[in-house]
Design a protein around this ligand. Structure first.
Ligand code: PA5
Length: 435
């Protein structure tokens, strides 16, 4: 249990949407949250994620940890194959909680990704990199039929079997898929792969706290129990019995919908820590795929600051005033680096000597917030006490709950994704895929 918790601060929205207006929507938000809890809303056959943190069984967690241990002890490299909801959650957590240079330091196992694109050069370079190395594969596909991961798996499975023989390969492949349906389930059962089940009632983008996310995260050496504990805390903190004013997910959902109604059509998720880049990628899928339908929905965009202040900063400060910003702020850095004194001070930085780099970053964050609010960009702040497993679990669940509530307030089904099929239909026709 952590004493401090994630906080949501919407003070810098009140100049754009009065506080009173936000709190007058309490009943609407409570109703939306209640619809999630009692399964009376749209897409109610995909609500398995709602109580996933508190209901995940000890035996599943143990099984994940044992399988992760097996892969960690036998493989230098583990290739995680999956696309969309089948890889973004794992990559978000692994990138946020691993050393930035782990991949260059030889720390085992290295987790790499495939099946999230159809880049021939990417696949060639990956398979060349794997030559002569001991590698394993976690193949993740809920439907078991998605083209991108299926293609990558076919190629890498062949490479693994040719390198170590079919029997040894079977022991290094794990499939995460549907309990009974789909090509991957059939293949896994026939070949005898170790498998994990993605529950029927959990959609891809809500699956990070199932084996889809937890297995790769455990393979990367991250404490999945602490991640789950953080999510359990947030599950309780955003439940149906929590009053609107104490429910951060409900407040966030209402605030962003009111901003949207005012013409703020794009939400930019910003961070001041490059390790959070993929949290934004995960968040973009979560909200984009959940809300972008029936010709409505906030467009979810993202930036990494201060990096992107030197590229997108101009647009955010002075471009069309149709945006609002949600900043993920991490209160305390995990490491300490101080600015050294320099006798010559040619770069003029001695005024910062003895100060921590994180202090400079925090001043950049504060300065940016003021500048953007002054420039007409409402600002929502989500503060994490620090970057660790517990707060990451809480953050992911916070966004999931907020997304469910927000989608219902918007009036869409947040749990389907019919629009994703359009490109596939055309691609299959062009490829002359048999019926
Ligand atoms: O959110 C979703 O459902 C999608 O983004 C899927 O996660 C993605 O298309 C991958 O699907 P699958 O796991 O069936 O291969």
């Amino acid at each position: 249990m952590n004493n401090k918790q994630i906080t949501l601060n919407i003070d810098k929205v009140f100049d754009f949407v009065p506080e009173k207006q936000i709190f007058s929507c309490a009943a609407t938000a409570q109703e939306a949250n209640l619809s999630l809890e009692n399964g009376s809303g749209k897409g109610n056959d995909f609500l398995g994620w709602l109580h996933l943190p508190s209901s995940i069984s000890r035996s599943v967690v143990d099984d994940i940890q044992q399988t992760a241990y097996m892969l960690r002890s036998t493989c230098e490299i583990v290739v995680v194959i999956g696309i969309g909801g089948s890889y973004l959650g794992a990559k978000a957590v692994i990138d946020a909680l691993s050393g930035a240079f782990n991949s260059l330091t030889g720390k085992r196992p290295l987790v790499v990704y495939a099946g999230h694109n159809i880049g021939e050069d990417y696949l060639h370079e990956l398979s060349t990199f794997l030559v002569g190395k001991s590698f394993g594969i976690i193949n993740i596909s809920k439907s078991g039929t998605t083209t991108e991961p299926a293609l990558a798996f076919r190629i890498l499975k062949k490479q693994l079997e040719e390198a170590v023989g079919k029997n040894e390969a079977v022991g290094r492949i794990v499939a995460v898929t549907d309990a009974a349906r789909g090509a991957l389930r059939t293949l896994a059962d026939r070949e005898g792969y170790k498998t994990f089940v993605i529950p029927d009632n959990v959609g891809g983008r809500f699956s990070v706290l199932t084996p889809v996310g937890l297995l790769p995260i455990a393979v990367a050496g991250i404490n999945i129990q602490a991640l789950i504990d953080g999510a359990v805390f947030m599950e309780k903190a955003t439940g149906k019995d929590i009053a609107f004013e104490n429910n951060p997910a409900a407040i966030y959902a209402v605030t962003r919908n009111l901003l949207y109604q005012q013409g703020k059509k794009t939400e930019i998720l910003a961070n001041f820590n490059p390790k959070l880049h993929y949290v934004s990628e995960w968040w973009k899928q979560l909200f984009g795929e959940s809300e972008g339908k029936e010709h409505k929905g906030i467009f979810p965009a993202s930036v990494d600051f201060t990096t992107d202040l030197h590229s997108m900063g101009q647009w955010i400060q002075e471009g069309e005033r149709t945006i609002f910003e949600t900043v993920i702020s991490v209160l305390n850095a995990n490491h300490c680096v101080e600015v050294p004194t320099d006798a010559e001070d040619l770069d003029g930085l001695n005024y910062l000597a003895g100060k921590r780099v994180d202090y400079v970053n925090k001043m950049a964050e504060l300065g940016t917030q003021t500048a953007h609010v002054d420039g007409g960009v409402p600002n929502i702040k989500i503060e994490l006490p620090e970057l660790n497993e517990y707060y990451m679990g809480a953050l992911l669940y916070f966004f999931e709950r907020a997304c469910g509530i927000s989608g219902y307030i918007l009036g869409v089904n947040p749990f389907d994704q019919p629009g994703v099929e359009a490109y596939k239909k055309n691609m299959f026709a062009l490829l002359k895929k048999p019926e």
